[in-house]
Design a protein. Structure first.
Length: 533
């Protein structure tokens, strides 16, 4: 391929390499903050089949803030309870969803149609005049300059060379990230590398009726397998392979796949939609940011799928980064704010990955004697009342970073209750701005109002009476929640106020007005911005 003589030059705030779920989410969020964004992807269209099986309530909340919540409702279904079956076939462990009312307003864990979600994200990007998407574009290199980065790329269709100058480049270019490797950033190995076959099949109505009605982990040493009920009549099997049993990274024929599925279905029962052999990894980059180049998604961490958190982890990266990049670029906030990205996300990813590996170890034990000990131990624990684990209890909070860590609730996600408006019920985020927010159970004092205005924040006063949304003062909205989710959370943390970041993580809580003023001052100091208004 020859490179054309005429070079296309672009200047923007942020360049994103990779238009998968992480890159598209980041581009949408940055676009909503008003930043100029260029997104590059080497493919001309998205992958047509689902790869991720699960999406949780935090990811759906992010999509909701992008204006995609209503459209997603018709393409998600609750993730069913996971039953772990031991060697004898008996249930040795169960992971279930949380009971209602749901803390973030969405069912906590769901199966979903990934291509549909990605089409929605791409359509949203087309609505942003400040977001430019370049498909069929291959990155040749990224140069870190004193003021930012320069990305050299080429249009693989017409050969035109492209140069993109921006303040930051975010690599969302997948597990084999060329940008990460060219930077020489190593991956920390968490000791999990296992070959698995993943098969998605559209089953007949009759087959769907006789297959398990919930998710099943067959913890059988001879062939550990995960069975997942996906959207509609789509079903997934993840089947443990022996080393070298099937080639990875190449197309597999249906004839190669059917022998692995004969326990459950035959060719008369279903149509194979997708199959691939993968090595599931547990890996985390030792650096997440180098100067003006930042890694996100699979480029910086790879998590085994046993908690359905791989894609969600990347969307969390995007949400964490977006508001921080906006503050640094638009308001000249402290560079330390961007350093908090790794400080917050890396421990969260490590803990989530460790728990996923632990579950994978339970499922994938290949030694029969060890599996017997596992089954016996889990049986003892079940007698003690721990047979069932609530799935969302496995997800950690933030432990450090842009937080007031000494206050209760700091680092946790703010609940999202249903609140009344003049036409019925809406979720809280639908009436909250995209900046900092103070949630309160009392009307703000003059001192509080001044402090909140200095942070360029909004105040949401939460009540429990059935009243429509009401703007009672500049920056102050009164709402009434329907199920007591927020008031219970505040009571649990002995708080009257919560100061909430743009990504809906709690900076800190306070019981008194004076305590809230101190929180806002601490947040302003961490931001390093004198005037946010």
């Amino acid at each position: 391929m020859s490179i054309g003589k005429n070079q296309k030059k672009i200047e923007c705030d942020v360049t994103i390499v990779g238009l998968g779920p992480t890159g598209a989410t980041l581009a949408g969020l940055l676009g909503s903050f008003g930043l100029a964004v260029t997104v590059i992807d080497k493919l001309d269209e998205l992958y047509p089949h689902p790869r991720a099986a699960g999406i949780d309530h935090e990811a759906l909340r992010i999509l909701q803030r992008l204006g995609l919540g209503e459209a997603m409702k018709t393409h998600v279904e609750p993730y069913r309870t996971s039953e772990y079956h031991g060697q004898s076939g008996s249930v040795i462990k169960r992971i279930s969803p949380a009971s209602p009312p749901y803390p973030l307003g969405w069912f906590p864990n769901n199966v979903f149609d990934q291509p549909y979600m990605e089409r929605l994200l791409r359509a949203r990007l087309r609505e942003h005049e400040n977001v430019e998407v370049l498909l069929n574009t291959e990155v040749l290199g990224v140069t870190d300059t004193r003021e930012g980065t320069t990305v050299s790329a080429v249009d693989t269709v017409d050969g035109q060379s492209i140069s993109i100058a921006s303040r930051y480049t975010v690599a969302c270019d997948g597990g084999s990230s060329h940008i990460r490797r060219n930077l020489g950033i190593e991956l920390e190995d968490h000791g999990f590398h296992e070959p698995w076959l993943v098969v998605d099949a559209e089953v007949s109505k009759e087959a769907a009726a006789r297959l398990p009605s919930t998710q099943v982990q067959y913890c059988e040493p001879e062939r550990p397998t995960t069975f997942v009920v996906l959207v509609g009549r789509l079903r997934r099997w993840e089947i443990r392979l022996d080393e070298g049993e099937l080639p990875t990274g190449v197309a597999l024929s249906d004839e190669q796949i059917w022998p692995y599925l004969k326990r459950w279905i035959t060719p008369e029962d279903a149509t194979i939609r997708r199959s691939a052999a993968y090595t599931f990894h547990g890996l985390t980059a030792v650096e997440w940011k180098r100067s003006h180049i930042i890694l996100a998604g699979d480029a910086v961490h790879m998590t085994p799928p046993f908690m359905a958190q791989g894609m969600v982890q990347g969307m969390r990266d995007a949400d964490n980064l977006a508001w921080k990049l906006s503050k640094v670029i638009k308001q000249d906030a402290s560079q330390q704010l961007l350093e908090s990205y790794e400080e917050e996300r890396r421990p969260h990813v490590l803990e989530t990955t460790t728990r996923a590996i632990e579950l994978g170890t339970i499922i994938g034990e290949r030694n029969s004697e060890a599996a017997t000990l596992r089954d016996d131990q889990l049986h003892i624990e079940s007698v003690g009342g721990t047979l069932t684990t609530v799935r969302q209890d496995l997800i950690p909070t933030l432990k450090s970073g842009f937080l007031e860590g000494s206050s209760p609730g700091a680092g946790s996600l703010l609940p999202q209750p249903f609140v009344h408006d003049s036409e019925g019920q809406v979720l809280l985020d639908d009436v909250v701005g995209q900046g900092f927010t103070v949630v309160a159970t009392v009307l703000p004092s003059a001192e509080v109002s001044v402090a909140v205005e200095a942070l360029d924040a909004q105040i949401i006063v939460i009540g429990t009476e059935r009243n429509p949304l009401e703007t009672i003062a500049d920056r102050v909205i009164a709402v009434s929640e329907t199920e007591g989710v927020m008031t219970r959370w505040l009571d649990l943390n002995d708080a009257t106020f919560a100061l909430v970041r743009p990504d809906k993580y709690v900076f800190g809580t306070a019981f008194t007005s004076h305590g809230l003023v101190q929180l806002t001052e601490a947040a302003r100091a961490k931001l390093g911005v004198r005037n946010l208004g």
